[in-house]
Design a protein. Structure first.
Ligand code: ZN
Length: 530
């Protein structure tokens, strides 16, 4: 990569080298003399070691250099001339804002994964695991370094959504049974736990910001510290990448506190460095009179706080100034670097993105989601997925299909009288009602799908793993309905209870070892009801 020639001529033909494995980046001044010098060095290296450099596979990227010198520089090296973006260590490298096409390799990689999976053999829970573990995993690397544009996230989400609901790269609104926003909520909040890439991207970039502040050993962090003020991220480092990091600074400041040393890396107004509140929150009137609110602690204390303020203060601001000056009189800076602390960091100072992600997604805000207990039940994953749809009233019964205009009519095929809603099908349709009665259940008239877990438990049914027992029943009723609707099967009550017994026997292997005898208890219950 050639850089703009320096105006000073006293340089000694040096160049910076970044090398990782076999990916080498050489940065040198865009002058013929420097390029010839580099070529001689490389030739000598080849002669001495016998390692030949393949110039045909190398590229030269001119950057703000004299166009007249360019042809000779390229001819000297004998490599191809290219522009930005360049791929270095798998990341798109550019001095300008990256276009969406720069991220195509990542989208193509997603497509390759999707094409290689036999999606039709996977149930939705299997596909969920692949999305979380593989599709999202391969994006972590780029999301740790670069803010993905919303357009790229939309393209990837389209593929993830299609794969989840149809096993294909595409889906229509009719295929998506639950809104994508809901799907991306955590399970404890009623979602499916599919990762929200935009939020995950923010978490990973916060980790990058944190490394700038605490990365004692990182030469990259040391280089950043030389070129920018960490308190405000203002300085020599410009461009869209730094703007995106700068936009995350308020969030980073909100999740960290600082023990001030030299005060260089701490924002006077925005960081929490005195007590447990940032000064802009504690002294809002005074802060509103500040001409430049982005100074570091060191800069503010050396320039004097009053020099940052407008000349006329309101009575309230003057009062706050007196209090703040009194507090600052006790502050003494040292030569040590500022130290960052965060409740999201471990003892080694590493930021944990999982906890941050949970915070940003508001996990726990409605942790009483009715589906919570079913995720923890011993039902097979595909039945847990069914339970998730069930409590959201999104299983593909006729009322739901008619509502989305997929079917013209929503009449229940089993009784031919009522609309086939989730609750009707599983609790109030003639067959379902007799099924629950046979098992000794008394279904409340105001039964709702979201309250399915609160179905009153008959005394003879054990309390342990009651969630799993309810799912055995609902799953068997659903399978019976599908058998009748799609395969014209007939299943009597006795046959359905036998089916429940088979399921209970199979599922009991999934119970904890100490509770596996419960399977026999359930089988007895179904036998007695026949
Ligand atoms: Zn019915």
């Amino acid at each position: 990569m050639f850089c703009k020639p320096s105006s000073s001529k006293n340089h000694s033909a040096t160049c910076s080298v970044l090398q990782y494995a076999d990916d080498t980046l050489l940065l040198l001044r865009g002058e013929v003399e420097d390029v010839q010098h580099l070529k001689r060095l490389l030739d000598q290296f080849s002669a001495a070691t016998g390692l030949l450099i393949n110039y045909h596979k190398s590229t030269a990227v001119p950057l703000h250099m004299d166009a007249r010198a360019l042809p000779q520089c390229i001819a000297t090296l004998g490599c191809r001339q290219e522009g930005f973006p360049q791929t270095y260590l798998g990341l798109p490298l550019s001095c300008e804002k990256l276009k969406l096409t720069a991220f195509d390799p990542y989208i193509c990689k997603t497509d390759r994964y999707l094409a290689s999976w036999q999606a039709s053999f996977l149930n939705p829970m299997g596909r969920t695991v692949l999305i979380n573990a593989v599709l999202d995993g391969h994006l972590s690397y780029i999301m740790m370094s670069v803010a993905l544009p919303p357009g790229v996230i939309a393209k990837i989400d389209k593929r993830r959504r299609g794969f989840l609901w149809t096993g294909d790269g595409e889906s229509t609104g009719a295929n998506c049974l639950i809104a994508w926003d809901r799907v991306r909520q955590w399970r404890s909040n009623g979602g499916l736990g599919i990762r929200d890439l935009a939020v995950q991207n923010i978490c990973l970039l916060l980790k990058l910001l944190h490394r700038m502040h605490v990365g004692e050993q990182s030469s990259w962090a040391a280089w950043v510290r030389q070129h920018t003020c960490l308190a405000t991220l203002s300085g020599d480092l410009q461009g869209p990448h730094w703007e995106s990091l700068r936009s995350l600074l308020p969030l980073y400041q909100a999740i960290t506190t600082v023990t001030v040393g030299d005060g260089q890396a701490t924002s006077f107004w925005q960081d929490v460095w005195l007590n447990d509140e940032c000064l802009s929150d504690r002294f809002p009137a005074l802060h509103s009179h500040c001409k430049r609110g982005d100074k570091s602690v060191a800069a503010t204390l050396s320039d004097g706080l009053r020099n940052q303020l407008v000349s006329r203060l309101t009575a309230e601001a003057a009062e706050e100034l007196a209090v703040l000056e009194n507090i600052l009189s006790d502050v003494a800076l040292s030569d040590a670097r500022d130290t960052r602390h965060s409740p999201f960091a471990d003892a080694d100072g590493k930021l944990h993105t999982a906890d941050l992600y949970a915070l940003l997604k508001g996990v726990g805000a409605s942790s009483g989601s009715p589906v919570n207990h079913f995720w923890g039940s011993c039902a097979p994953p595909r039945v847990q997925f069914f339970a998730w749809l069930l409590v959201h009233e999104r299983i593909q019964c006729k009322a739901n299909l008619a509502r989305r205009k997929i079917l013209p009519d929503d009449t229940c095929e089993l009784c031919g009288r009522c609309p086939e809603t989730v609750v009707h099908l599983l609790f109030f349709c003639d067959f379902a009602a007799s099924f629950w009665r046979a098992l000794g259940f008394d279904i409340p008239a105001d039964m709702e799908a979201k309250n399915i877990r609160d179905l009153p438990r008959p005394i003879h049914i054990g309390k342990m793993h009651y969630d799993t027992f309810i799912l055995v029943c609902c799953w068997s009723l659903w399978k019976r309905r599908n058998g009748i609707t799609f395969r014209q099967e007939t299943m009597t009550l006795r046959q359905t209870l036998q089916e429940c017994k088979r399921e209970a026997k199979a599922w009991s292997c999934r119970l904890p070892c100490t509770d596996q005898s419960l399977g026999d208890h359930w089988c007895n219950l179904f036998s007695l009801a026949m």
